[in-house]
Ligand binder design. Structure first.
Ligand code: C2E
Ligand code: MG
Ligand code: MG
Length: 688
C-alpha cells in the first residue's frame, strides 16, 4: 500500500466505483457536520472562545494534522495523527459539534498548506465527521451528550462506555479509509482492511486511550495541557529519524525511487497475495538503450538529471499501485502487483516505452532515449521472487539483443534449469563474499619466449563443491544481471594485481575476459576507467578479450562499447577466433590489435592437415591487417614448433605455463621478466 499512495492524488474518473464511494461519503459527512453545527449556539461559541483550554487543544489538533506520525512501513495517510487524541477528547468533554468543527477546520487547513487535492481533503473531513458521529451515537446510547455549556468529565467508572465509543470511532474511520484505499488499488476491501488491521488498531488504541486523560486535564488544570507537547515532540522526532533511516536504506538517493531491496520486499508481498487471491504478478525490467551517450558526452550531472526525469516519467506512466524501482545505473524495474495476463503486462510495458519515447528536454537540448523491456509473470514464468527477477532479466536481454523493445519471457530462450539457478544464487553470494579468485596464465612470444602478458582466468572456490571452472558458471552468469557484478569483480581484482606488479617493476599487461553481455552494458567502460584511475595505472596495463561469438548476433550495441573501450586506450583482443563468423571486412573495421586462435584448431596443428592450413592462413591474414596472432591451447613442443614455422606472434598453453594463482604467478614472472624500477618520468605515470 505504501508506494501506491503517492499516486492517490489523481482524481478518480467520474462514475467509477471509487468516485461514487468518495462522493457518497463526502455528502454523508457534510450532512453530519451541518447537523452538528446547527446545534452549536452563540452562547456555546462564546464560552469556548474564552476558554484557554479550548485554544490549546485547538492548537494541538492543528499541529497533529499538519504533522502526521509517519513511521517506517506506514504512510502519511495510514500513520495516524495525534489530533485524534484531542478531537476525541473534545467529543467526550464538550460534544460532537465542537469536535467535528475543529477537526474539519484543521483538516482543511492542513489540506491547503500541504496542497492536497480538494476532493481528498473533502473526503478526509467527511471521514472524521462520520467517525466522530459514530462515537457520539454510542455515547448517546448511554445518555451522555455533553455541550460547552454542560461539559462531561470522564471518570474511572466510564471506562467501558468510553472504550465502546472509541471502538466505534476506530471501526468507522478504518473502514472508511480502508475502503477508499481498496477501491483505489483495485484490491478486495476485506483484504486491504485486514492487511494492516493490527498496526492501525495499535496506533489508534494508543492515541484514543490518551483522550480521557486529556479530558481530565482540561477540566482540572488546563495549563498542564502544554506538558503534553514535549512527549509528542519526542514521538515525532523519533518517528521521523527512524523514517529517514528506513527511507535511505530502501530508496535510491538520486531518484527517490525504491531500490532493489525494497522492490524485492514488495515483490515478495505481492507474490504471497497472488498465491492467496489467485492473481498474477508481473515484473518489467527496463534498460535505457542510449543513456550512455548522454552520460559520456554531457557528463554525469546531466546524466543524473536525465535519470531523474526518466524516473518521473516512469512513475507517471504506470498504473496506480504499480511500483517503479531503480536497480542501479540505467536499470529500472516496474512491479505489477496485480495484472490480468501477459497481454495486459505487455500493454503496461508499451505505455512505459511510450512515456519515454517523447524526447527529454535538458539544458535547452532534446534527448531521445529508448528502453528495452523484459517482462515476466508469476506464476506463468516463475514461481517465486528470485526467479521472477531473473526471468524478466532474461527477457530484457532478449529484447535488447534483438532490438524488440519489449520481450515477454520465453522459456525456450532461457537455458536456466533449477539446478543452475541454485548455482546462480550461490554465485551471487560468492561474489559478495569474495570467494572468487583470479589465476593468471602467461602469454609468450613464439620467437623468443619473451613474456607478453598474463591472462586473468576466474576460479570459484565453492565451500562444498571445491574448485569450479568458469565454463560452468560464466555462461550462467551471462544470462543474468549477475554478469555485471562478476565482471566488475574480475576487473577490479585484475587491476589491483596489475597495479601491484607494475609498482614492483613487473610491467606485464593483464588480459581480462569479458562476455558478450558486458558489451551490451553501458557500465563497463566506466568501471574500467574508474578502476585505472583508482589504481593509478595506464590503460596499457590491461587488455580486454572479447569472444568472437559476440558477432553472431546483432552486434549494434556491442560495437558502441567496443569503440568506447578502444577509444579510452584499452587494447582489445578477439578471443576464440575461428569459432564465430568474423568476416574479413569486419575484422578490418574492428579496433582489435590481436586475435587469439581458438585451441580447437591449434591442438591438432602438429598433425598437419586442414587445421594447419586454417591456422597458417589466419596468421597470414591477421598480419596483412596489422593484427598480431596468438595461438591458444599449446600443449606440446611440436605444436609450438609448427607455430614458429608459421610465424605466429604469440602463444599460450600448458606447455608454456598453466594458469597459476597470484602468488605463484608473481614468482613465475619475477624469474622471467626484467624488473623496471619506478622512475619519476615513467611513461605510465599520469601525464602532468
Ligand atoms: P579463454 O579465454 O579462451 O581461456 C582459455 C581457456 O583455456 C582457459 O580455461 C585456460 O585454462 C584453458 N587453457 C589454457 N591453456 C590450455 C591448454 O594448453 N590446454 C587446455 N586443454 N586448456 C588450456 P578456463 O580458465 O577454464 O576458462 C574458460 C573460459 O572461460 C575462457 O576461455 C573464457 O572465455 C572464460 N572465462 C574465464 N575467466 C573469465 C572471466 O573472468 N570473465 C569472463 N567473462 N569469462 C571468463
Ligand atoms: Mg581469453
Ligand atoms: Mg579463448
Amino acid at each position: 500500500m505504501a508506494e501506491g499512495i503517492k499516486n492517490r492524488d489523481t482524481e478518480p474518473r467520474p462514475g467509477s466505483p471509487l468516485w461514487i464511494y468518495l462522493a457518497v461519503v463526502t455528502i454523508l459527512g457534510a450532512a453530519v457536520l451541518a447537523l452538528a453545527m446547527s446545534r452549536l449556539t452563540p452562547a456555546d461559541i462564546q464560552l469556548l472562545a474564552s476558554s484557554p483550554a479550548f485554544w490549546i487543544v485547538a492548537g494541538l489538533i492543528c499541529f497533529g494534522e499538519l504533522r502526521p506520525i509517519v513511521t517506517p512501513g506506514s504512510t502519511e495517510e495510514d500513520g495516524g495523527t495525534t489530533s485524534t487524541i484531542f478531537t476525541f477528547a473534545l467529543l467526550l468533554h464538550v460534544g460532537l459539534p465542537v469536535a467535528a468543527l475543529l477537526q474539519a477546520a484543521a483538516t482543511v487547513l492542513a489540506g491547503v498548506l500541504t496542497r492536497k487535492a480538494p476532493f481528498r481533503t473533502a473526503f478526509n473531513v467527511a471521514q472524521y465527521c462520520l467517525s466522530l458521529g459514530a462515537a457520539a451515537l454510542i455515547l448517546r446510547l448511554f445518555e451522555v451528550s455533553p455541550s460547552p455549556a454542560d461539559p462531561w468529565v470522564v471518570d474511572g467508572a466510564h471506562l467501558l462506555m468510553v472504550g465502546l465509543a472509541a471502538a466505534a470511532y476506530f471501526v468507522a474511520n478504518d473502514g472508511l479509509v480502508g475502503t477508499a484505499v481498496a477501491l483505489h488499488e483495485r484490491e478486495p476491501i476485506a483484504r486491504t482492511l485486514r492487511s494492516d488491521l493490527a498496526y492501525q488498531a495499535l496506533v489508534n488504541v494508543a492515541l484514543l486511550s490518551m483522550s480521557p486523560i486529556v479530558v481530565v486535564i482540561m477540566n482540572r488544570a488546563p495549563a498542564l495541557l502544554s506538558l503534553l507537547v514535549l512527549p509528542l515532540v519526542a514521538v515525532y522526532t523519533n518517528a521521523s529519524i527512524s523514517l529517514k533511516r528506513e527511507h535511505q536504506a530502501h530508496h535510491d538517493g538520486l531518484t527517490g525511487l525504491p531500490n532493489r531491496k525494497l522492490l524485492i520486499t514488495r515483490a515478495a508481498e505481492a507474490l504471497s497475495d497472488a498465491h492467496r487471491y489467485e492473481r498474477r504478478v508481473g515484473l518489467l525490467l527496463l534498460d535505457l538503450d542510449r543513456f550512455k551517450e548522454v552520460n559520456d558526452t554531457l557528463g554525469h550531472p546531466t546524466g543524473d538529471r536525465l535519470l531523474q526525469l526518466v524516473a518521473y516519467r516512469l512513475r507517471h506512466g504506470v498504473r496506480p499501485g504499480d511500483i517503479v524501482a531503480r536497480l542501479g545505473g540505467d536499470e529500472f524495474a516496474v512491479l505489477l502487483p496485480s495484472v490480468r495476463d501477459t497481454s495486459a503486462a505487455r500493454e503496461v510495458a508499451a505505455r512505459v516505452r511510450a512515456a519515454l519515447a517523447e524526447p527529454f528536454r535538458l539544458d535547452g537540448m532534446f534527448f531521445h532515449l529508448e528502453a528495452s523491456i523484459g517482462v515476466a509473470l508469476c506464476p506463468d514464468h516463475a514461481p517465486d521472487c528470485q526467479l521472477l527477477l531473473q526471468r524478466a532479466d532474461v527477457a530484457m536481454y532478449v529484447a535488447k539483443e534483438r532490438r524488440l523493445g519489449v520481450a515477454i519471457y520465453d522459456a525456450a530462450k532461457d537455458r536456466n534449469s533449477p539446478a543452475r539457478l541454485g548455482l546462480l544464487g550461490e554465485l551471487r553470494r560468492a561474489i559478495d563474499r569474495g570467494e572468487l579468485d583470479l589465476h593468471y596464465q602467461p602469454k609468450v612470444s613464439v620467437a623468443d619466449g619473451e613474456v607478453l602478458g598474463m591472462e586473468a582466468l576466474v576460479r570459484w572456490h565453492h565451500p562444498a563443491r571445491g574448485l569450479i571452472l568458469p565454463e560452468e558458471f560464466v555462461p550462467l552468469a551471462e544470462q543474468s544481471y549477475l554478469m555485471r557484478s562478476l565482471t566488475s569483480y574480475v576487473v577490479e581484482r585484475a587491476l589491483a594485481q596489475a597495479a601491484e606488479w607494475w609498482a614492483d617493476g613487473l610491467r606485464v599487461q593483464i588480459a581480462v575476459n569479458i562476455s558478450a553481455r558486458d558489451l551490451l552494458d553501458s557500465n563497463l567502460v566506466d568501471v574500467v576507467s574508474a578502476g585505472l584511475l583508482r589504481h593509478d595505472i595506464p590503460p596499457t596495463a590491461v587488455q580486454m578479450e572479447i569472444t568472437e561469438r559476440v558477432f553472431m548476433n546483432e552486434p549494434g550495441h556491442a560495437m558502441e562499447t567496443i569503440e568506447a573501450l578502444a577509444g579510452s586506450g584499452i587494447a582489445l583482443a578477439l578471443d576464440d577466433f575461428g569459432t564465430g563468423y568474423s568476416s574479413l571486412v569486419r575484422l578490418r573495421r574492428l579496433p582489435v590489435r590481436e586475435i587469439k586462435i581458438d585451441a580447437s584448431f591449434v591442438r591438432r596443428l602438429a598433425n598437419g592437415g586442414d587445421d594447419a592450413v586454417i591456422v597458417a592462413s589466419i596468421i597470414d591474414l591477421a598480419r596483412a591487417l596489422g593484427i598480431s596472432s596468438v595461438a591458444e591451447g599449446v600443449e606440446s613442443e611440436a605444436t609450438l614448433a609448427a607455430l614458429r614455422g608459421m610465424d605466429c606472434d604469440a602463444a599460450q598453453g600448458w606447455h608454456l605455463g598453466r594458469p597459476m594463482e597470484a602468488g605463484r604467478a608473481t614468482a613465475w614472472l619475477a624469474e622471467r621478466v626484467p624488473r623496471q624500477p619506478l622512475q619519476a618520468e615513467d611513461p605510465f605515470l599520469p601525464a602532468p
